[in-house]
Write a protein that binds this ligand. Structure first.
Ligand SMILES: Nc1ncnc2c1ncn2[C@@H]1O[C@H](COP(=O)(O)OP(=O)(O)OP(=O)(O)O)[C@@H](O)[C@H]1O
Ligand SMILES: [Mg+2]
Length: 233
């Protein structure tokens, strides 16, 4: 059974904008895939549907074997516990330090303080944020805030990670480094879906790519043989 599947999914927002139209695809456990397409194509809408931040107007969405159209509201937190989400607009708490922001979700997992500290340190190191642990978000650059948002999702070790333009504010080196990190997590078993419209990244990392255009899935391009190979030109 695929990890997630969409069947004929349409999303119409109040006011009539059709953000997704009759979208169908499946993702297997362990895949890495890009969600590509121009601004307004429906990438964020699609990711939000997968964690039930939005509800589809039509169609069927299955995640971890659960039909999201039929799931009880009380089960939604359990669904989200298994899905890391990196928001396009970060959503950091302004009155908490970087380390506290990253640790936020860990408290519900029932870990000891020592385990929490070590996971936070590991995530901060992965994102090259060690020196900023005690800073408040307002004191960080956009790219640093973005990396905190990524660390906050990674620290949960989720089986499924959804990242909405996680490199939108990063320069080329950090963008590449971020995808390398996601690829490493993917090799350890995390299924990763990353929205991006960065064509350089898409060329450098030839993973499976779903192309959206005005709400329609126009291409499902399989991975080239060696994603991440530097020979990609
Ligand atoms: N809450 C909302 N209410 C009404 N319309 C919305 C809402 N959110 C998004 N839309 C519309 O749905 C369409 C798809 O938007 P979405 O944010 O999913 O695109 P996107 O591919 O993520 O774009 P970007 O690359 O700019 O982030 C757009 O036309 C947008 O204006
Ligand atoms: Mg978006």
């Amino acid at each position: 059974m695929p990890l997630l599947s969409l069947q004929g999914v349409t999303k119409r927002y109040p006011g009539g904008v059709e953000a997704l139209r009759d979208v169908s695809f499946e993702v297997n456990e362990g895949e890495f895939l890009f969600l590509a397409g121009p601004s307004g194509a429906g990438k964020t809408t699609l990711l939000r549907l997968l964690v039930r931040l939005e509800v589809a107007t039509q169609g069927d969405i299955l995640v971890f074997g659960r039909h999201l159209q039929r799931i009880r509201e009380s089960s939604v937190p359990y669904l989200r516990r298994n899905i890391g989400f990196v928001f396009q607009d970060f959503r950091l708490l302004g009155d908490r330090t970087v380390a506290e922001n990253v640790a936020l979700g860990l408290h519900i997992l029932g870990l000891t303080r020592r385990e929490i500290r070590s996971r936070v340190e590991e995530a901060l190191a992965d994102l090259q944020l060690e020196g900023l642990a005690a800073s408040l978000p307002a004191a960080l650059s956009g790219g640093e805030q973005q990396r905190v948002a990524i660390a906050r999702a990674l620290v949960m070790h989720p089986p499924l990670l959804l990242a909405d333009e996680p490199t939108g504010n990063l320069d080329w080196d950090l963008s590449n480094e971020t995808v390398r990190l996601l690829a490493r997590l993917n090799r350890r078993g995390t299924t990763v879906i990353m929205a991006t419209h960065d064509r350089f990244l898409l060329r450098e990392w030839p993973y499976r790519t779903l192309w959206l255009h005005r709400g329609a899935l126009v291409e499902d391009r399989p991975a080239s043989p060696a994603p991440g190979s530097t020979e990609a030109s």
